[in-house]
Design a binder for this molecule. Sequence first.
Ligand SMILES: C[S@@+](CC[C@H](N)C(=O)[O-])C[C@H]1O[C@@H](n2cnc3c(N)ncnc32)[C@H](O)[C@@H]1O
Length: 206
Amino acid sequence: MNRTENPEFWRSIYQAGKTGWDLGAPSPVFERLVQHRQIPPGKMIVPGAGRGHNARLFAAHGFEVTAVDFAPEALAEMRRLNTPEHPIILLEADIFGLPPHLSHTFHYVLEYLCYCAIPPSRREEYADVVTRLLKPNGFYIALAFPIGEYSGGPPYAVSIPEIIELFTARGFDLVLQECPPDSPAPRRGREELLVLWKRTPRHTSF
Ligand SMILES: C[S@@+](CC[C@H](N)C(=O)[O-])C[C@H]1O[C@@H](n2cnc3c(N)ncnc32)[C@H](O)[C@@H]1O
């Protein structure tokens, strides 16, 4: 087992306060998406949600959001930051072992910094999980980071051609690909890319 597949690995990072990936707020890219009403509210799931900043952003805009993480510290933080006005549903679980009743129930899967946290050897499986969670015509919204070519991780390097291959093979149509002008400065430019995929009904095998 790769060490990043073990919740204990992530627990120790949270306990040591070494969560350098955490912006302490939602991504400005997602803020723009919701504020400009580019996507209508619906049921959303956020795998590897961490402290849940992005999950709460969408909940505050009328989405019904389920946030999943397998690190108890992340869940404790999401519980602490959850609000009664716009609550998110919390699920302490491994994304590779989600209960079957969640299959095909979401309009959106929101991805930020989970794909780069799982071992690259499980990316096919990750794409299967996303496919299984979405309703037909649902959307996979991914802010891909860090795009590059290097070995080691996490974060493991993200390859856009690889993502395109994974999701095209599962019947997704790429509806948006954007180099966001509003990514936080260190991530802006070639390292971060917003991609929006629609799961087309012709693929219903998962
Ligand atoms: C780099 S952090 C990103 C957190 C959050 N998405 C953000 O943008 O701040 C990766 C998160 O994914 C969680 N994670 C990694 N593998 C997971 C898995 N197989 N199932 C559930 N959560 C996982 C970790 O516990 C950690 O909270």
